[in-house]
Design a protein around this ligand. Structure first.
Ligand SMILES: [Zn+2]
Length: 348
């Protein structure tokens, strides 16, 4: 028997589940979540067993649309065209009360920033490395990584690699596609070296349409004979190249309110996410900032250069763009704004 030293956590594993019966999956997506006992690798056999595809979801525990879609697919007893491997990593974070609340558990690393060497001893790096080794062994034709945005807004795809295969994958879900050179350690970055992989952001985690969009996209992806060549959308894709990330500096106090607030260094308007994929102009008020913007924000482009002063300024404490911009992936959650970024943007 292998003994694990008491000061070392056991290495994470994926629980393997092959062709679940309808009786074994529970009566709802939530029940399904609570039947899982840790990171899960769910394997569905397809009509052509010689090929396979992968879907990853719940890298972030507060983004339920992908899991609901998998439950629905199992409930509808959809027979895939090829074998499908679902990887569901952050089960523990998703299950933690009140449920689908934690992006990651407190003190854990963001799992979708861990997909690059070197891998440390943290559970998240180990799980990311394990997922990569599973994908390398299985050699799926493609990988779809299904997420939700934390603010409300429409769906979009993200890729670090632009070609017909990636366009085809995104077009199962949406017609908006972000193409970025930025490397943060996200799963989709394996496209560079391993297999076509795209991120799908299904829209807000609280919105019912996001679940429907995830289900319809995944259903088409698993049922299609060929997923890498033909575009599957009637609309042409709209591209957004190399967005800039507006990040806050560490330990800044961020709040959302209609008026400037003494407790916050940065006060943002509560309906900021209404601008998702819309335009903001010089005249658009985004919020209020005390003092110098550069003390609070960075706006890095894909080359790592800070472009803050080019795109934003304050006028009497009011935080505004300097020019017409398109914003997306806007969060109205101060914790995510602080830990990840407030929004992405491109100049238009
Ligand atoms: Zn996510």
């Amino acid at each position: 028997m292998e003994i694990t030293p008491s000061n070392q956590k056991p290495a994470p594993q994926f629980n393997y589940w092959f062709d679940p019966t309808i009786a074994s999956i529970g009566k709802s997506g939530l029940e399904f979540l609570h039947l899982l006992t840790g990171p899960t690798h769910l394997h569905l056999s397809g009509r052509d067993r010689s090929r396979c595809r992968a879907i990853v979801t719940l890298l972030h525990g507060n983004e339920p649309s992908g899991l609901y879609a998998i439950f629905e697919l199992l409930r509808q007893q959809i027979k895939p065209a090829v074998d499908i491997h679902f990887f569901i990593p952050s089960v523990e974070a998703a299950q933690a009360p009140p449920g689908f609340f934690y992006r990651m558990l407190p003190a854990h690393k963001d799992l979708n920033r861990c997909f690059r060497a070197p891998f440390d001893n943290s559970g998240q790096d180990q799980l990311a490395a394990l997922l990569l080794s599973r994908l390398q062994a299985l050699k799926p034709e493609a990988v779809i990584d299904v997420h939700n945005t934390s603010g409300s807004g429409p769906s979009f795809g993200v890729t670090t690699f632009l070609d017909d295969r990636h366009e085809a994958l995104v077009s199962f879900f949406t017609h908006r596609m972000i193409v970025t050179d930025m490397r943060l350690g996200a799963l989709m970055e394996i496209s560079d070296s391993l297999m076509p992989t795209v991120t799908i952001e299904c829209g807000g985690a609280q919105e019912k349409e996001s679940n429907l969009m995830a289900y319809e996209g995944i259903q088409k992806y698993v049922e299609a004979d060929n997923v890498l060549s033909a575009a599957h959308n009637d609309f042409p894709l709209e591209f957004f190249h190399n967005p800039i990330r507006l990040e806050t500096r560490p330990d800044i106090r961020i709040g959302f309110s209609e008026q400037t607030h003494p407790e916050y260094d940065i006060t943002l308007l509560p309906d900021l996410d209404n601008h998702n994929f819309g335009h903001v102009e010089e005249s658009t008020l985004l919020g209020f900032v005390k003092g110098d913007l550069a003390d609070y924000f960075t706006a890095r482009d894909s080359q790592g250069e800070d472009r803050l002063a080019e795109f934003f300024h304050t006028v009497n404490g009011e935080f505004r763009p300097t020019r017409r911009l398109k914003l997306f992936m806007i969060t109205t959650n101060p914790v995510i704004a602080n830990q990840d970024c407030l929004f992405y943007m491109v100049a238009t």
